[in-house]
Write a protein that binds this ligand. Structure first.
Ligand code: PMP
Ligand code: GLN
Length: 390
């Protein structure tokens, strides 16, 4: 009988899908998957409709992406970070950041190479490394501050290390890596001749005085970094799946070669609209931050009233909350309890760790606050029950 390949034998249904099914079944307020429950801004949708009807964009796009979007990605990097990107050779457009990640891993590592991951990680990193027949080497971020132990990170580097996957602002902890942390990572990558694959999909989701520093902007790093981002979060359009990878042309070349035979090209009209949206004035980006600061604050108040302490997120739309004052059991048990008894869904972080490190996150669950203010306020009411039941 035919069976799935060994390569995928350890991959289960993603935790996001699993929790969506449960949340729907119990009619819980779903703060699980990072998926806005509001729509893309109407002007951006109107631009897409116009583009679809223009009659020029409904056949294959150029494989590396449309020239308008590649130019917009380069302009965005110059405008926000002062980075000089070659739109012709230094950008490739992918089907969301997810394709960018696997195309980067496939295009920049060989079988048997080691790839360092910081845990908890975004759920596609480890499968991407495994599908490339490379070897994940995991270094945990330690609660409650979710910081790296410099010695643990140093020990993770070996002669076989080829790449390190970094995510800042960081899902699920809400941390934004500091210049000091990024400098340590950069120094080790330079010393060991390692490529950095950095996932910056939450680059504009920053709170208070947090500053996003692209690791590609640190001395000696541009030529060893590929940077990945996506339109999904920034334009509340996670369904569009338009992402991009940029960096030094020699590295982007590797990503582009893999991309040619994964998707070849991605949705053409949406690329034109995303190009237009990336060029929106600063007021769009400021309004976006203000909206999420308000949502974060509603959720923080809800968690505090529910007896769930957390590190205040500096970025992203996620927060990891400690449930041990109100519940005894595993994160998965708490998640089931919260969905069934309280009517709120969250994500247990188990699948965001390798089995040997899963205990590090065993007091925490993740909540997403990319939800309507009304829903977050209802969550606040429901979580108050938690304290009284504890
Ligand atoms: N990286 C991180 C850290 C994410 O949280 C997500 C999902 N929102 C992705 C990548 C995937 O992005 P996309 O939907 O553009 O594929
Ligand atoms: N990035 C989103 C999250 O972390 C959802 C990703 C997914 O469903 N694959 O919740």
């Amino acid at each position: 009988m035919s069976t799935p390949a060994n390569r995928v034998s350890t991959f289960g249904t993603t935790i996001f899908t699993e929790i969506n099914v449960l949340a729907q079944h119990y009619n819980a307020l779903n703060l699980g998957q990072g998926k806005p429950d509001y729509d893309t801004p109407p002007d951006i949708i109107a631009d897409l409709v116009k583009t679809l009807q223009a009659g020029r964009y409904n056949q294959y796009a150029p494989g590396p992406g449309t020239s308008a979007l590649r130019q917009a990605v380069a302009d965005h990097a110059a405008r926000f970070y002062g980075l000089e990107i070659d739109p012709a050779q230094g950008v490739v457009v992918t089907a969301g950041a997810t394709e960018g990640i696997i195309a980067a891993v496939l295009g920049l590592t060989d079988p048997g190479d080691e790839v360092i991951l910081l845990e908890p990680y975004y759920d596609s990193y480890q499968p991407s490394v495994i599908m490339a027949n490379a070897v994940p080497v995991c270094v945990p971020l330690h609660p409650p501050t979710w910081t790296i132990d410099p010695d643990e990170l140093r020990r993770a580097f070996s002669k076989k290390t080829r790449a390190l996957i970094l995510n800042t602002p960081h899902n699920p902890t809400g941390r934004v890596f500091t210049r000091e942390e990024l400098t340590l990572i950069a120094e080790l990558c330079i010393e060991h001749d390692v490529t950095v694959i950095v996932d910056e999909v939450y680059e504009h989701l920053l709170y208070d005085d947090a500053i996003h520093i692209p690791i590609a902007s640190l001395p000696g790093m541009f030529e060893r970094t590929v940077t990945i981002s996506s339109a999904g979060k920034l334009f509340s359009a996670t369904g569009w799946k338009i992402g991009w990878v940029y960096g030094h042309p020699d590295l982007v070349e590797g990503v582009a070669r893999a991309h040619q035979f994964i998707t070849f090209a991605v949705h053409h009209p949406t690329q034109e609209t995303v190009a237009h949206a990336l060029n929106l004035p600063d007021s769009y980006y400021e309004g976006f931050k203000a909206m999420y600061t308000r949502k974060r604050d509603i959720l923080l108040s809800a968690l505090s009233k529910g007896g769930l302490p957390c590190l205040t997120p500096q970025g992203t739309y996620f927060v990891l909350a400690d449930f041990t004052k109100v519940f005894q059991g595993s994160p998965l048990e708490f998640t089931h309890y919260l969905i069934k008894e309280i009517g709120v869904a969250c994500i247990p972080p188990g699948t965001l760790y390798t089995p040997e490190h899963v205990h590090i996150g065993s007091n925490y669950v993740r909540f997403a606050f990319c939800k309507s203010d009304e829903m977050l306020q209802q969550v606040e009411q429901r979580l108050q029950k938690l304290k009284s039941l504890a």
